[in-house]
Design a protein around this ligand. Structure first.
Ligand code: NDP
Length: 385
């Protein structure tokens, strides 16, 4: 029987919820690309429950324990004395979420001789050293598409919040004020602005689709062009490189994976090429933006606002400058872990586990690494080094 080690974020400070704001979440059977949502043999949770925190245990406890497996769930993930490091040496399966990543470094993988499967409950496996997983024959899988639309909704929310100056206006209400001029002195309409996405994959395209009805001028750059009919439908302008995109955009949203080409992409030089007073929204990965360049640009007015939910490291330390820089709308890493998204990626995690224990193939679209090489989605989205 296997040991499954699951790293999840902490429960709410006032305890695991006993009731919810709504009685459920709408059911979705298919994603926009036609693939079906996860289809495990059964679910031991009600969609809409908090599953991503320690007590929620991704709804896996009954399923795993009745099958005789051991499930260890912890939020204690960093440092040599952590529960994660202590439990890792005899774990067969590790489950982690990008929001609270258990970094599976080469050193940690070397200390886990029984490890066969690393599941990302969500999307984005850059917290796993994929080259080490390849070398050790570990399968890496994630729940592709489970939270792409969730993230795109967060992006649209953040763009509107920044452009319309929503958060400071809300703060005036909390503070007992009615300071209309203070609220509107930085407030604009999004209509007729130029809005561009760096990458038009699942999330980037969903952002473009959602923004189209706002009567903005849409732009994108990507390594591959969208099909002609999609470009025509969205009336979106393609840019061969990010420099050309940022020059013309009032709002830029980053939806590319973190890899050597994108790490620190938004540095002083690139931000300096943006229009003065542009807005930048990054829900992809914190390291795509140079931390201090963002702060400098907000302080100088080169950027009118910055928002996102991704930081480095995570959790961000209390003194991380993005907590206190001006004109920001940061959240913790939450965009892909709404209760709606959790229901899908918890079901997908169970589907992957069922396949693993039954010796059945895991869906190709969920695979990142298998059999000592990049596989499935991983072949397209990641590089081994
Ligand atoms: P996809 O794989 O569907 O799309 C990524 C796109 O980025 C692809 O079209 C890819 O092109 C393109 N791309 C890669 N490198 C570059 C580059 N240097 N310049 C321009 N485009 C590039 O991924 P998703 O849309 O599902 O997710 C995007 C990222 O969002 C994830 O990698 C993850 O880091 C992040 N994410 C964040 C979440 C959150 O909660 N905040 C949740 C889920 C994801 P090509 O086709 O050539 O590879």
């Amino acid at each position: 029987m296997a040991k499954v080690l699951c790293v999840l974020y902490d429960d709410p400070v006032d305890g695991y919820p006993s009731s919810y704001a709504r009685d459920g979440v709408p059911r979705i059977d298919h994603y926009p690309d036609g693939h079906s949502t996860p289809s495990p043999s059964a679910l031991d949770f009600t969609p809409g429950e908090l599953l991503g925190s320690v007590s929620g245990a991704l709804g896996l406890r009954h399923f795993l324990e009745t099958a005789g497996h051991e499930l260890v769930v912890t939020s204690d993930k960093d440092g040599p004395g952590s529960v994660f490091e202590r439990e890792l040496p005899d774990a067969e399966v590790v489950i982690s979420q990008p929001f609270w990543p258990a970094y599976l470094t080469a050193e940690r993988i070397a200390k886990a001789p029984k490890l066969k499967l690393a599941i990302t409950a969500g999307i984005g496996s850059d917290h796993v050293d994929l080259a080490a997983a390849i070398d050790h024959g570990i399968t890496v899988a994630e729940v592709t598409y489970s939270n792409s639309v969730s993230v795109s909704e967060h992006v649209v929310m953040m763009i509107l919040s920044l452009v319309r100056n929503y958060l400071p206006a809300h703060q005036w209400v909390l503070d007992g004020g009615w300071n209309i001029a203070d609220c509107v002195a930085r407030s604009y309409d999004l209509e007729a602005m130029d809005v561009g996405t760096v990458a038009a994959g699942r999330i980037g395209t969903a952002v473009l689709r959602r923004l189209k009805p706002f009567d903005v001028r849409l732009h994108y750059t990507d390594r591959h062009r969208l099909p002609e009919e999609v470009e025509a439908e969205l009336d979106v302008t393609y840019h061969p490189d990010v420099q050309s995109l940022v020059r013309v955009c009032d709002v830029v949203t980053i939806n590319a994976p973190l890899h050597p080409e994108t790490e620190n992409l938004f540095d002083d030089a690139l931000i300096g090429r943006m229009k003065r007073g542009a807005y930048l929204v990054n829900t992809a990965r914190g390291k795509i933006c140079d931390r201090d360049a963002v702060v400098r640009a907000l302080e100088s007015g080169q950027l009118a606002g910055y928002a996102g939910d991704v930081w480095f490291p995570q959790p961000a330390p209390r003194d991380h400058p993005w907590r206190t820089m001006p004109h920001h709308g940061m959240t913790p890493h939450t965009s892909g872990t709404s209760l709606s998204a959790q229901a899908r990626y918890a079901a997908g995690t169970r589907e992957i586990l069922e396949c693993h224990f039954a010796g059945r193939p895991i869906r190709d679209e969920y695979l990142i690494v298998e059999g000592g090489r990049l596989a499935g989605t991983g072949k397209h989205s990641y590089s081994a080094k």
